[in-house]
Design a protein. Structure first.
Length: 311
């Protein structure tokens, strides 16, 4: 029984330089994360971890790979872009980001189970905290995850369409074109966006830890950041689509949205695309003054009226 729980060469060179910097940044984060692990913990990259029968006291973290538990794991089991399959027992939390959790017949899970971008499935009889301990978000797609579900892909398309349509309707296509023009400066907008995101993250931490701000303040700031991001994504979508349909705003926006969604659906590489897109979009929106800074269309001179008197 199975149950489911719910180019210009100059521009190209600049883009490559920006891409290499982000790759180095991601590698540095992964190295720091690995160094912080204790001797009993196990961290694996792009190689499936199999816990054979027996007791394992440490935590397991798998990035870009799956975890198969046949024995007894005493710590947390976390995967990023991977699935967790349990035949034995996991005593602490099970978290799958960009993957699913499968509980096989006779398995045991003592703590909460979380799946972001996937489902939690149970086959046969499994000892778990019950459905109250299940938290699944199959309607979310974590960019770069190898398994693509139709609900997550549909939600990703909906997010991009909202980012494109709302700024276009409220700010008008002229403002979106200003953002698109600012996005042509690859390195400047990428660096500006990355700096702004880091400053925003530290600002939220300071508000929470030092100023003891309420959740309402943090939620308002998060909505403001999403608004800036949405305006930037609209401009980038227009800039990409304009290469295929120059001068046609709607066709350019739809085409740019499809290209960005397809890039984010690429396994593993989609995460890097998301990092670049978020930094690039945020920087383009800020550099263009949310679309209010930039060229304005020329004014059409009013036709002069002459009064002729006929004698």
């Amino acid at each position: 029984m199975r149950q489911r729980t719910n180019l210009d060469p100059k521009d190209a060179g600049t883009c490559i330089a920006c891409l290499s910097k982000f790759v180095a940044f991601v590698i540095l984060l992964l190295l720091v994360f690995t160094t912080a692990a204790t001797a009993q913990d196990k961290t694996s990259f792009f190689k499936t971890v199999v816990v054979e029968e027996g007791s394992y006291k440490g935590e397991i973290t798998c990035i870009g790979c799956n975890v198969v538990v046949r024995g007894d794991v005493g710590g947390e089991t976390v995967t990023i872009w991977g699935d967790v399959t349990v035949y034995g027992r996991v005593r602490e939390e099970i978290v799958a980001v960009g993957g699913r959790v499968q509980l096989k017949n006779g398995s045991e899970a003592d703590d909460e189970i979380v799946a972001i971008g996937g489902q939690i499935t149970t086959e046969g009889t499994a000892l778990t905290p019950g459905k109250a301990g299940y938290t699944a978000f199959p309607w979310m797609h974590f960019p770069g995850q190898p398994s693509i579900g139709w609900r997550g892909a549909l939600a990703l398309v909906g997010f991009h369409l909202a980012c494109v349509l709302l700024p276009t309707l409220f700010l008008r296509p002229r403002a979106v074109r200003s953002v698109a023009k600012a996005s042509r400066r690859w390195f400047v907008t990428g660096l500006l966006g990355a700096t702004a995101i880091i400053a925003f993250s530290y600002g939220l931490v300071a508000l929470d830890d030092y100023l003891k701000a309420s959740n309402l303040v943090e939620e308002i700031l998060a909505v403001c950041f999403l608004a800036v991001l949405g305006i930037g994504i609209a401009g980038i979508s227009l800039a990409i689509g304009d290469r295929f349909f120059p001068g046609l705003v709607l066709a350019s926006l739809v085409t740019g949205t499809i290209v960005l969604v397809l890039l984010e659906l690429i396994p593993y590489a989609g995460f890097l695309v998301m990092l670049l897109l978020v930094s690039w979009a945020t920087g383009a929106a800020l550099l263009s003054g949310l679309g209010f800074r930039g060229p304005r269309p020329p004014r059409v001179p009013k036709a002069s009226t002459e009064l002729k008197l006929i004698s």
